[in-house]
Every structure is written in structure tokens, then in C-alpha cells.
Design a protein around this ligand. Sequence first.
Ligand SMILES: [Fe+2]
Ligand SMILES: [Fe+2]
Length: 159
Amino acid sequence: MIREMLGMAEGILQDLHNDHNEVDALLDSIAECEDGAERGRLFQEMKTKLLAHSHAEQEVLYNKLEASPDEESRSFAHEGKNEHQLVEQQLTKMSSGYDRMSDQWSAELKVLHELVEHHVNEEETTGFSCARDDFETDELERMGQQFQSRKQQLMARVA
Ligand SMILES: [Fe+2]
Ligand SMILES: [Fe+2]
């Protein structure tokens, strides 16, 4: 309760928050980078992290929220999964051949950043509060461990 009032995240919520910060920093670095090849490398790194994160998060957290007796949890999980799909479509679009320094690609990057930002805000407010209502602290801790090991497996697969 105190942790919640102080806005502190626990277990899987802390893990998710750390990843969100990491992806956000990578998105900023891509935007600031003025070398096409380096942009491509950073984009690949960010994409691998983001996809592994969202797939692991769906398996460990969203699937449980989707089965929750609480209506808000279920609707958050459905909406969040749709947003994951939008982000994934945008990543696929941006992975095609065109110049990473072009105005077009930079515009696509902006769209991606906005999609991710909106999604992360929802997740860290509504999603985290649903998770705190649905799960005890020790369960959130266990889910954190499951999330990390699942994410490592997925990173190895997509890399
Ligand atoms: Fe997330
Ligand atoms: Fe997410």
C-alpha cells in the first residue's frame, strides 16, 4: 500500500517499467542519430527488445488479466493486445528496405514513438493498477521471474 502510494513498482511491474525506459531511450537515440547505418543498427536492437518484451508481457501478464473476474482488467488486456499489434505492424513497416535517413522513415519513427508512448502510459497507469488489484506482491514477484526468463528465450529467438 505504501509502495503504491509512493508510485513504486514491484516484481514484474518494476521489470516492465525498466524495459519501457530502455526502449524509450533507444527511440530517442535513433531519432538523434545522424548516420543511416547506425540508425539501422539501433533500430534492430530496439525492435528485438520491444518485441521480446511485449510477447513475454502478453504471456505472463495480459493472459492472466484477460481471465480476471474484474471487468477493467479484462478490457485493459484486450485493448493493450490490440495496441501491441499496432506497434508490431509499424515495426514491420519500418523494417523494409528504405533509407533510414529519409524524411519518410523519420516520420514513421515518430509515429512509432507516439504509439509506444501512448501504450506505455496506459500500461503503467491502468494496467499496473489492475495488476495490483488482481495479484498479491509475491505473485507479482513470481511473474517477474517468469517474465525475465521468457523474455531471454524470445530475445535469443528474434536476434
Ligand atoms: Fe510493456
Ligand atoms: Fe505492452
